[in-house]
Design a protein around this ligand. Structure first.
Ligand SMILES: NC(=O)N[C@H](N)C(=O)O
Length: 296
């Protein structure tokens, strides 16, 4: 006779991660259900060129867990789908106090980046410890030993990007680093009078990097004034503020906690609505020849 758990008994990790949402500019879905403003989209969209996953749809029912982690749940927002065209994965991870992993991934060809949206996270990379708070960023090169642990009293939320690092002759692997967004001066876009600025975690002149993670900030009324169209993909997560975003042929209203996945060539533009700044995390693949998966 097999033992079946009694009805209603917890199965697996008994930690209840459902907590009230975080406040402040990094507030998002990670620590609970997002605010319902009624102003931004509450409809998920999936097309040949893009997907929109609104914060209102990131609920308990669509979470996953990963082997090798404790006190953890995650929303898998993006991952390579077709096996040759897409470059990256992006997850929102939520950790209970003391939750984390000593072996977050198993694939030595994958590089990683982390951005903390709430709580406190200790990241150890090849024996060097970094303490990250909201706005904290860490880059973890492929083939590195690393671990993460929630070092706060409440839940911690962070974004996790994974991408196969693409070697190139004469180019070494990038080195690990950690930074806080608040310590980096944003670079204004030329001719925008400061209405559009980018905070860069990677140095654009450093060709060891084949992916860039940035925080893009628009003042109210700021815009991307033409339909940018390029082969590079994007993962785009709204940290703060409201905007209408052009995705291929459509205009979509977006707000805090909403995620947009843009395939290669998806035309894109936006208008920031105010009253505060519109800010988003942006992933982009850069600096390499095109090639077939796994990025040869
Ligand atoms: N949607 C964006 O913010 N795109 C950027 N301007 C970029 O591709 O760099």
């Amino acid at each position: 006779m097999t033992d079946t758990p009694p009805k209603g008994a917890p199965i697996g990790d008994p930690v209840d991660l459902r907590q009230p949402r975080l406040d402040g500019p990094y507030a998002g879905p990670v620590a609970g259900l997002p605010p319902q403003t009624g102003l931004t989209t509450d409809t998920a969209v999936f097309t040949e060129a893009y997907a929109v996953i609104p914060s209102s749809t990131m609920r308990d029912i669509v979470t996953s867990y990963l082997p090798g982690w404790t006190g953890m749940r995650m929303w898998m927002l993006a991952r390579p789908l077709t096996g040759f065209a897409e470059t990256f994965s992006q997850y929102i991870v939520e950790l209970a106090p003391d939750g984390g992993s000593d072996a977050p991934d198993y694939d030595p060809e994958i590089q990683h980046a982390i951005f903390v949206t709430g709580g406190a996270l200790d990241v150890s990379i090849d024996g060097t410890d970094h303490h990250l708070t909201p706005g904290g960023f860490a880059y973890i090169p492929a083939g590195t030993d690393w671990s993460v642990r929630n070092s706060g009293d409440g839940n911690t939320g962070f974004h996790w990007w994974r991408k196969r690092w693409q070697p190139s002759p004469g180019i070494e692997k990038p080195q690990a680093f950690a930074a806080q967004e608040q310590d980096i001066a944003p670079s204004p876009m030329p001719d925008t009078d400061g209405a559009w600025a980018t905070t860069r975690f990677m140095d654009p002149a450093d060709l060891r990097h084949d992916m860039h993670i940035t925080v893009v900030t628009f003042k109210p009324g700021g815009s991307i004034p033409f339909a940018e169209t390029h082969v590079m993909e994007h993962g785009l997560f709204v940290l703060e503020g409201k905007a209408v975003y052009r995705l291929n042929r459509d205009w979509v209203e977006v707000g805090p906690g909403d995620f947009m996945w843009l395939r290669a060539f998806c035309p894109q533009a936006c208008y920031a609505g105010g009253p505060g700044p519109f800010r988003y995390l942006l992933y982009k693949d850069v600096n390499r020849h095109a090639g077939l998966w796994p990025n040869r």
